[in-house]
Write a protein that binds this ligand. Sequence first.
Ligand code: NAI
Length: 246
Amino acid sequence: MNQIDLTGRTAFVTGSTRGIGLAVARALYGAGARVAIVGRDAARAQIVAVELGERAVGVGCDVADRGQVEDALAAAEAALGPIDILVNNAGLTRDNILLRLTDEDWDAVLDANLKGAFFTIRAVIKGMMKRRAGRIINITSVVGLTGNKGQANYAASKAGLIGLTKSVAKEYAARGVLANCVAPGFIETDMTAALPSEARTALLEDIALGRLGRPEDIAAAVLFLASDLASYITGQVLVVDGGMVI
Ligand code: NAI
């Protein structure tokens, strides 16, 4: 009961060639799942998959492009079997104060972070309904709950992802499909590497547990939500932030 075993399940993890997505892919693979590594750079995705092992496959896909999403899902399913676990992790930031946000900054962030999740979910949901089983886990952010100066586009995309998740949870619960969000706080990855050290120190003061998060902290939450231990949890936002937003 306490050991998480995902043997025989197939996971599709977007943006999984580095950072949080890679940690999630490793955790799911470590629990026995077959894993599709999905990145914009197909060659890189294939290298990561080879490093992971024979139950992994690498596919190239820009999640903001519906055709590429459908092709990547078809390729992953041909190689590994039907998708049981979908993790929408791909995401990007284009930070600026609202007055200086361009239309392109808005569209790039909303397209990758929110529309991409809509594309992947719409493409996998039919199969999950038919099999009356599926887990959808969307990586949002605490910023989607609190808002943030300089991140109107990003916060809107992450808040939108929460609304999308809750709606999917309600629509497909009766068909055995569970949908939840994980909301990371401040995690050390390439996305946050550029933050100046003063800002980093100020942030640390707000984190009750006194340290920044690691990608593995988020992966553990995703692994739990993908497992049989979480079979009575849907439509929720699991905040993993070391007590930053309490
Ligand atoms: P990262 O920048 O290291 O990784 C994001 C990955 O998504 C990259 O591999 C990138 O190429 C990929 N990606 C971006 N746009 C894509 C697209 N259109 N199609 C396919 N792949 C795309 O960032 P990190 O930190 O690992 O972030 C992962 C997720 O966690 C993101 O959704 C991010 O918003 C979220 N998050 C991260 C936090 C942090 O503190 N690092 C905090 C809260 C949320």
